[in-house]
Design a protein around this ligand. Sequence first.
Ligand SMILES: C[S@@+](CC[C@H](N)C(=O)[O-])C[C@H]1O[C@@H](n2cnc3c(N)ncnc32)[C@H](O)[C@@H]1O
Length: 217
Amino acid sequence: MGDSDDDTPQLSAATLAALQEFYAERDGLVNETAANKYSVGAIEEDWRMSQFWYSEETATRLAQEVIQQAGKSGRIACLSAPSVYQRIKQLQTAKFEGSEGVSAMVLEFDRRFSAYGEEFIFYDYNNPLCLPEEVGPQSFDIVIADPPYLSEECLSKVAITVKYLTKNKILLCTGAIMEEHAKKLMGLKICSYIPKHNNNLANEFRCYVNYDSQLLS
Ligand SMILES: C[S@@+](CC[C@H](N)C(=O)[O-])C[C@H]1O[C@@H](n2cnc3c(N)ncnc32)[C@H](O)[C@@H]1O
């Protein structure tokens, strides 16, 4: 066999077109798989862990809010709020304004979310400060939290973690009945915006913030 260019096997135009189609389809599949990986509900609700995922609209609204509030190159902690983390990732893929420089971490009790690799941190509200060494105090520009239980005991432990992690901004989603505790523990104000879930919950749900937000009006 010679080694000149003339000896290099050539593909016919038809074979080349078929090959290009194959790669286009394959890449489409890869992109679709990546998008699905972060869709809300990609990891199914497990009611034993008090999991109730946000509706599409709410996941988007809250993700946009934390991206905007985090600011350029901001860091976002999603504490027991994995849908918001997932939607942030999707908004980044969609190049939502201001999302390119931000980073997000998902702090979760459910280890299925370790599928998100280094952006997953195991978190149990019963051990509020049991966090990896590299997660320092005030290392996030904003923390969004949605505690698993509607009790003062749970919220007061979650508040310890939230206050440790945030530089200042807090966005909490929990029951309307927690308003006084949210105010007392973290200085939060109730918002007009009403978060919705995929499956309707018996309890009235609300958002709370400690900064000036459009969610308030
Ligand atoms: C009411 S759901 C909030 C989810 C939110 N609505 C969303 O769509 O992302 C409560 C969350 O707390 C998590 N969780 C359950 N037990 C927990 C624990 N011991 N410590 C911290 N988080 C816990 C659940 O996995 C779930 O994601």
